[in-house]
Unconditional design. Structure first.
Ligand code: DX5
Ligand code: ZN
Length: 224
C-alpha cells in the first residue's frame, strides 16, 4: 500500500464532554494550562445522535470565563446549518458538520466561512469515504469518526484505519492540505496507528481527562 504523507504536526483536541460538567470552565482551564491550543466541543441534538450535550451558550460561557482556546466545534445535529450563526457568535473557531443528514452542505460551508469560522466535515463509521470526496477542497478538516457518535468512552474501531488512509491518499493526490481528525476511543496505544494512516488531529475525551499525567499524555500526542 502507498505510504501517506503527514501534512500537519500532531495536535491534541481534548473533548470537554469527558470533563466534569459542573466545572466546564475548570476543564477548559486545565487544557490551556498544559499549553494545549485546541478544545473539542461536542454538540448533540437527541436526533442525529441518541444523546444531548452542550449548546451555543456553553461556548459563550467558556469565552466569558476567559478561554482563548481554539474551539473545535463538532455539530452532531440533523440540521446544523440552522445553528451556524449561533455557534459562530458564541465563539466557535472551527465548525464541523456531518455528511449524513440531507441539507445543502456547500451552502453550509459558505455560511461557516462567512461567519468567520473554518469548516470541517465529519463522517460516521458506516459512511464510506467516497461520500466526502466531492467536498475535500471545500473544507479545512475531515473528521473520521472512530466510534458511532453520541457517547464518550467507547472502544476505538481499528476498521476505520483504511478509511483514514484512503482520505489521506486523496489529500496527497489532489495536493490538498485539510487536517485529518480522528474522534472516538483515541488512546496513546491507537493514536500512532491513526498517525501512520494520515491523521494529524487527535480528539481525546476519556483517555485525556482520566489520564494520571495529562502533561505526559499531551506530550506523547505532540510527539507523534
Ligand atoms: C463522540 C464524540 C467524541 C467523544 C469522544 O460522540 O464525538 O468527541 O467526546 O470521547 P472519547 O474520547 O471518550 O471516546
Ligand atoms: Zn466529537
Amino acid at each position: 500500500m502507498k505510504a501517506v504523507t503527514p501534512r500537519h504536526p500532531a495536535v491534541l483536541a481534548p473533548s470537554l464532554l469527558a470533563s466534569d460538567h459542573a466545572a466546564l470552565g475548570r476543564g477548559a482551564a486545565t487544557v490551556a494550562a498544559l499549553g494545549i491550543p485546541w478544545l473539542h466541543l461536542d454538540m448533540m441534538d437527541g436526533h442525529f445522535v441518541p444523546n444531548l450535550s452542550f449548546g451555543p451558550e456553553t461556548l459563550a460561557a467558556l469565552r466569558r470565563d476567559g478561554s482563548r482556546l481554539f474551539f473545535d466545534t463538532h455539530l452532531m445535529l440533523s440540521e446544523p446549518h440552522k445553528y451556524v450563526e449561533a455557534f459562530a457568535k458564541a465563539g466557535a473557531d472551527r465548525i464541523t458538520i456531518h455528511i449524513e443528514p440531507p441539507f445543502d452542505h456547500a451552502a453550509a460551508f459558505a455560511a461557516i466561512r462567512a461567519h468567520g469560522c473554518v469548516p470541517g466535515l465529519a463522517l460516521n463509521p458506516g459512511t464510506p469515504a467516497a461520500a466526502v470526496k466531492p467536498f475535500l477542497a471545500d473544507v479545512s478538516l475531515i473528521l473520521v469518526m472512530t466510534v458511532q457518535p453520541g457517547f464518550g468512552g467507547q472502544a476505538f474501531r481499528a476498521d476505520m484505519l483504511p478509511k483514514l488512509r484512503q482520505i489521506a491518499q486523496w489529500r496527497d493526490e489532489q495536493n490538498l492540505d485539510f487536517r485529518l481528525e480522528v474522534d472516538g476511543g483515541i488512546e496513546l496505544e491507537n493514536a500512532p496507528l491513526c498517525r501512520a494512516a494520515g491523521a494529524d488531529t487527535f480528539v481525546a475525551g476519556t483517555s485525556f481527562f482520566k489520564a494520571k499525567d495529562q502533561a505526559a499524555f499531551a506530550a506523547a500526542v505532540a510527539a507523534l
